[in-house]
Write a protein that binds this ligand. Structure first.
Ligand code: HEC
Ligand code: HEC
Length: 298
């Protein structure tokens, strides 16, 4: 395929030839990548079904509706099934570490809220991020190393969830089915106002702050989105689909390690610079495609 002569002249006049050639290469490789991308997708899907059965995914109750609206189990988010055999351990950990404030049945007290019906994901978020147990109930609970191992945390989650039904289950995010670029857009519109565009966090109002997102795991990110801890809004499935939650988790992971990815380093401004370069390359491709299509039609 050759660029029409007039287009070439036009481009040359505008001094755009080097950029255009560069763009042609980029555009070409993007086109060439499509078939690969879709076969990678189906590999991922079969990988996911393995994962899903490992976690005992049933596809039933999630936030009051079915997963992600998909009919297959190629979902970017599945749910962890808690094991009933861990409930006795969870109960003793809860009685030792939580019941003085939340009550023995997690029913709440004058010191702390009722936890019944909040769901395993809420308990998992507060315990795994080290916010609970709380030392000083008068200040905003902070992110700190958790006091419990992962299996102890899941046991506490299982105990509280066994006391009543309802609330979100613990999300397991399959990052290989998530899109970082879709996540970048979603992050700038839904999260950056509070957590800043780099995820560094910021003060909100009188002593309340949106924390840095530098240590949150994909599960904790999905839990925060679905449960809305403290002063953070809760984003339900009608606002953000499971796929979008997974995209966000992937993008926050990128913000945590912006330089670990090979490729061209675009400076530390990260998403902003990349978006800008993206626009330049994108516009270049569109222009070129326009010239090419224009040429073919004549
Ligand atoms: C010293 C008292 C205290 C202890 C001990 C404590 N909590 Fe809390 N907990 C609180 C208070 C106060 C809040 C409300 C904090 C807030 O909203 O920032 C809270 C909030 C929570 C929430 C969020 C509730 C909601 O409405 O979103 C969960 C879940 C939770 N605690 C679980 C636990 C678990 C599990 C333990 C034991 C590992 C524990 N807490 C130990 C005082 C305590
Ligand atoms: C209105 C402000 C606000 C918005 C919008 C917001 N958050 Fe938050 N976020 C908070 C606050 C406040 C907390 C701390 C809650 C607490 O500890 O009581 C928080 C906590 C978190 C945490 C826990 C971090 C950790 O390691 O402890 C994650 C993850 C998170 N937010 C992700 C997000 C994502 C992703 C979005 C966009 C979908 C978002 N937030 C939108 C205010 C916000």
């Amino acid at each position: 395929m050759s660029i029409r002569k007039t287009s070439k002249t036009l481009l040359k006049r505008a001094g755009l030839i080097p950029i255009a050639v560069g763009t042609l290469t980029v555009g070409g490789s993007i086109l060439a990548l499509y078939p690969q991308a879709s076969s990678a997708q189906s590999n991922n899907t079969s990988h996911l079904s393995n994962n899903a059965s490992n976690y005992g995914y049933t596809g039933s109750y999630i936030y009051g509706s079915k997963t992600g609206g998909g009919s297959s189990n190629s979902a970017a988010i599945t749910n962890l099934t808690l094991s009933a055999s861990s409930i006795p351990l969870g109960k003793s950990l809860f009685l030792e570490n939580c019941s003085s404030c939340h009550g023995t049945q997690a029913q709440g007290s004058s010191r702390a809220p009722n936890l019944q019906g909040l769901g395993a994901a809420t308990v998992d978020f507060w315990v795994s991020t080290g916010r609970m147990p709380l030392a000083d109930p008068t200040i905003q609970a902070v992110q700190k190393p958790s006091r419990f191992s992962r299996s102890q945390t899941l046991a506490i989650d299982a105990y509280v969830a066994s006391l009543s039904s309802g609330g979100p289950l613990i999300p397991n995010v399959n990052l290989s089915l998530a899109s970082e670029s879709a996540g970048a857009t979603l992050f700038s519109t839904n999260c950056a106002a509070c957590h800043t565009i780099t995820g560094a966090g910021d003060a909100l109002a009188s002593g309340v702050y949106a924390p840095s997102l530098s240590v949150a795991t994909p599960t904790q990110i999905a839990e925060a989105i679905r449960t809305g801890p403290g002063n953070m809004p809760r984003f339900g499935p009608l606002t953000l689909s499971n796929q979008q939650v997974a995209d966000l988790a992937k993008y926050v992971g990128y913000l945590q390690h912006p330089n670990d990815r090979g490729g061209i380093a675009l400076g530390h401004v990260g998403p902003v610079t990349e978006g800008f370069v993206g626009i330049l390359v994108g516009l270049g491709s569109i222009m070129l495609a326009g010239f090419w299509i224009g040429g073919k039609n004549k």
